[in-house]
Design a binder for this molecule. Structure first.
Ligand code: ADP
Ligand code: MG
Length: 435
């Protein structure tokens, strides 16, 4: 049987030819079969929403190369009418922001998509009420969206997505604005739509735990579809997700290399490349416990001619202090990944606090309680690989009013680099040394 949706070599640019050009999808090919529950997973900005728009036929104008096939037919060959029909009855989309129309009733929001199909008002209302009943929100039919709680509004959004009875339901981060109870309800309902109604579910999320029902996971990063996994059981999914978080922090380089590089950039700014190379060598030795802390400090101090790095004593002592701190925090990170491997939903409260205290070690500015909490959140999100190093620096720099930390640009990038220095896997460090 033909896949219900197939993408072949899709490339898509935003602002093509302008300085702000973004290559948002890079040669993406994939297949989704009828009745499958699949998910796209990856950090913010990796192209998840864009790929959804492409596969629901909403970005056909922007696709620069590649094909979108629906049931084996290229949508470029669709007539205008066929494309409109596919968009309106082929797929239903649930958005994170709910996207409800504020000025009309809940019932009218849900029935509106049927109007495009020329269904009479009366029938629209009857069908709409049925959907509201299915989602347990019938009593609110005549209210305005703003009069409902977030969880209820999201159910209106789901009812609306079901309005034209589409065989494919797409959810773009449907849980982002919900508490965990409501998030669970949404996931249960999606599972029901998949198992009972046989609908194809396409879930987009950056929260690993919400992948639990997906049987095909597309991992994305920087517009690239990195790989596809088809976990058979719950345990497989948990493992797949934590493995991903462990390895994906920087897929283009050996993690050990990344760490030694980012550390030597951090610590030896302004030194010659020979000194930096030798420093990286000893650093890897120390990070993999091939030499102990005292020896490390001694070779940092030893002159370059005698085989050392040739730093002055004070600098050697300082760097050695920093490295010992990093090694301790790397140990914390290893524990975190071991916990996440067992249970991707593990809370990381104490670990994040520990890392935060270390991060703030040499910071001279004042950090209030609210900033500390926010910092813990950012650290947790980075540990879970929900956000990138770049995002971390951005949020640190963002004002407190905008839910950032309000650090200077310079302090933000230094602190983000410091955090990165503890995130690479130690197995990989050992491997990098043997290479
Ligand atoms: P995700 O949903 O994974 O967060 P998106 O698909 O929204 O990612 O975005 C992918 C990339 O394309 C990002 O770098 C984003 O900034 C960029 N982008 C998304 N929409 C637009 C747009 N309308 N104009 C310009 N750039 C965009
Ligand atoms: Mg998105």
């Amino acid at each position: 049987m033909e896949p219900i949706i197939k993408l072949e070599g899709i490339n898509l640019y935003y602002d093509q030819g302008k300085p702000t050009e973004v290559w948002a999808l890079r040669n993406v090919s994939l297949e989704i079969n009828k009745g499958e529950y699949c998910a796209f997973f990856g950090p913010s900005g990796c192209g998840k929403t864009t790929v959804l728009y492409v596969l629901s036929g909403m970005e056909s104008e922007r696709v620069t190369s590649g094909k979108v096939l629906v049931n084996g037919r290229d949508i470029a060959q669709f007539s205008k009418r066929e494309l409109a029909v596919f968009r309106q009855i082929g797929v239903g989309i649930v958005f994170q922001q709910f996207n409800l129309i504020p000025s009309i009733s809940v019932l009218d929001n849900v029935s509106l998509p049927m109007a495009f199909l020329g269904i009479s008002l009366e029938r629209r209302r009857t069908e709409g009420m049925k959907l509201l009943e299915r989602l347990n929100i019938a009593p609110y039919a005549n209210r305005l969206p703003a009069e409902l709680s977030g969880g209820q509004q999201q159910r209106v959004g789901i009812a609306r997505a079901l309005a034209n009875n589409p065989p494919i339901i797409i959810c773009d981060e449907p849980l982002g604005n919900l508490d965990s109870e409501n998030a669970n309800k949404v996931l249960e309902f999606m599972k029901e739509l998949n198992v009972k109604d046989g609908r194809t579910i396409i879930m987009v999320t950056h929260e690993a735990w919400s992948l639990r029902d997906a049987r095909k996971i597309f991992y994305m990063k920087d517009g690239v579809l990195l790989r596809v996994e088809e976990p058979k059981e719950q345990g497989d999914i948990a493992q797949a997700v934590s493995k991903l978080m462990y390895n994906q922090l920087n897929p283009n380089m050996e993690p050990g290399q990344v760490m030694a590089k980012s550390l030597s950039n951090l610590l030896l700014r302004g030194y010659s490349s020979d000194e930096v190379k030798r420093f990286e060598f000893f650093l890897l030795q120390r990070l993999t416990d091939h030499i102990d802390g005292d020896v490390f400090q001694e070779v940092l101090d030893r002159s370059y001619r005698r085989g050392g790095v040739g730093l002055w004593k004070g600098k050697a002592a300082k760097i050695s202090f920093i490295i010992e701190g990093i090694m301790e925090q790397r140990h914390t990170v290893e524990q975190v990944y071991a916990m996440l491997e067992k249970n991707p939903e593990s809370p990381l409260v104490e670990e994040a606090q520990k890392i935060r205290r270390w991060l703030l070690g040499e910071y001279r500015g004042k950090i209030d309680e609210q900033q500390q909490l926010r910092l813990d959140e950012i650290i947790t999100e980075r540990l879970r690989n929900i956000i990138t190093a770049h995002n971390v620096a951005q949020v640190l720099n963002l004002s407190k009013k905008n839910f950032g930390i309000g650090l200077s640009m310079r302090a933000s990038s230094q602190m983000s680099e410091k955090l990165e220095s503890i995130l690479a896997g130690s197995d990989a460090v050992t491997k990098a040394i043997k290479l």
